[in-house]
Design a binder for this molecule. Structure first.
Ligand code: NAD
Length: 363
């Protein structure tokens, strides 16, 4: 069987890590038909939009995509392609497993946390009104009626949106994932003591949903307490489910706990579409240097293989990546314990393929 997959190399270091990932995925023996598309600055230059419709159509048709990072201009230019993609395809789950691999220089061992971040609501809903805009003025006048003296005339707004539907489906995903992957405990993360309406709703829904999963333990924790506990004893955590913004911060924090962005994979998942991409961004300062670690994207490829039901190939590829890390000969600068001789992106891909082949020789 050959899988049709939309391929979005992205920009910055995206094309390099995508090429390396495509090579190792093909070396597993699983067959792919790649539907190559352009998004981001490259698409802006050609099509006048960073996210052309044909990219979305390709993903809708193929149902699975592998995506490199895409730069988001700060304070000007187009809005984030990454956020738009998640919203337009309703990819409401951002799944970010963070696991220590032996050989990675890190402060902690035995970390194996799965971050389940809500991907479409919260402060990322994209409902924002700038100071002095007609929309902001309208909102301020409404707010003066319902909450007098709470808002200054020169305010800007980024609205935090939390729906019961949004909370229910993300928490349910976290429990289903825990059950399907032999996980023991789900923790809902919130700030419901202060944000009683939005995070309060998230917490109440999480408590209700937890009752449907008596085989999985459930707890909740306030976001600030979680941050403190994560840096003290991260090995105590299992599955975390969080609203969008906290999920963004916590998944990056967890990437730090396991040795950095170079080995932190991710997936954006909806009801029948999934886009696999590393947690890291386009690291423009390293673009075109054959320097950065492709393993975060390769491990996103492992998640894709698991999603496609190619469990054996996923295990083999993850094993080959882990073996390359443990051996410590063909690793990039970010995984070097001390000043040493790091290799480049393409050499890592070759080393992973050599491991996959060697394993075949012994089989
Ligand atoms: P970044 O993740 O691109 O890079 C931050 C630093 O992390 C790099 O300078 C580098 O030191 C390290 N790093 C990142 N990836 C690495 C890798 N594979 N191997 C080794 N080291 C690695 O974060 P940034 O600089 O804040 O963002 C750059 C751009 O990427 C921004 O425009 C941002 O909006 C965008 N971004 C895109 C995505 C996405 O496409 N999903 C995600 C995050 C950020």
């Amino acid at each position: 069987m050959s899988y049709k997959v939309t391929l979005i190399p992205g920009d910055g270091i995206g094309p390099e890590v995508t090429k390396a990932t495509k090579m190792v995925l093909e070396a597993t023996g699983v067959e792919f038909q790649w539907d190559l598309t352009v998004a981001g600055q490259g698409a802006q230059d050609i099509f006048g939009t960073p996210l052309p419709d044909y990219v979305l159509e390709s993903i809708r048709r193929n149902k699975v995509a592998l995506k490199g990072p895409i730069t988001t201009p700060v304070g000007h230019g187009f809005r984030s392609v990454n956020v738009a993609l998640r919203q337009r395809l309703d990819l409401y789950v951002c799944l970010r497993p963070c696991k220590t691999y032996p050989g990675v220089p890190t402060r902690y061992q035995n970390v194996d946390i799965v971050v389940v971040r809500e991907n479409t609501e919260d402060l990322y809903a994209g409902i924002e009104f700038e100071r002095k805009s007609p929309e902001a003025a309208k909102l301020i006048s409404l707010m003066h009626e319902i909450a007098p003296d709470k808002i200054k005339e020169d305010s800007s707004f980024s609205l935090k949106i939390a729906s019961e539907t949004g909370a229910r489906r993300i928490v349910r995903f976290a429990f289903e994932y825990a059950r399907a992957n032999g996980r023991k405990k789900v923790i809902a993360v919130h700030k419901a003591n202060i944000l009683k309406a939005s995070d309060g709703l998230f917490l109440n829904v999480a408590r209700q949903v937890a009752k449907d999963y008596p085989d999985i333990r459930f707890d909740d924790v306030i976001i600030d307490t979680l941050c403190m506990r994560l840096v003290r004893a991260p090995e105590q955590f299992d599955v975390l489910v969080l609203p969008n913004l906290y999920g963004d911060f916590v998944s990056e924090l967890c990437a730090g706990l396991i040795g950095g962005l170079g080995i932190a994979p991710g997936a954006n998942i909806g009801d029948n579409i999934a886009v696999f991409e590393p947690t890291h961004g386009s690291a423009p300062k390293y673009a075109g240097q054959d320097k950065v670690n492709p393993m975060a994207m390769m491990l996103s490829g492992v998640l894709m293989l698991r999603y496609l039901g190619e469990t054996k190939a996923a295990d083999r590829l993850e094993g080959a990546i882990a073996a390359v890390i443990a051996e410590g000969q063909s690793i990039t600068y970010d995984l070097m314990p001390n000043p040493g001789s790091p290799v480049g992106t393409s050499r890592v891909a070759e080393a992973v393929i050599e491991k996959l082949k060697k394993e075949e020789d012994y089989a």
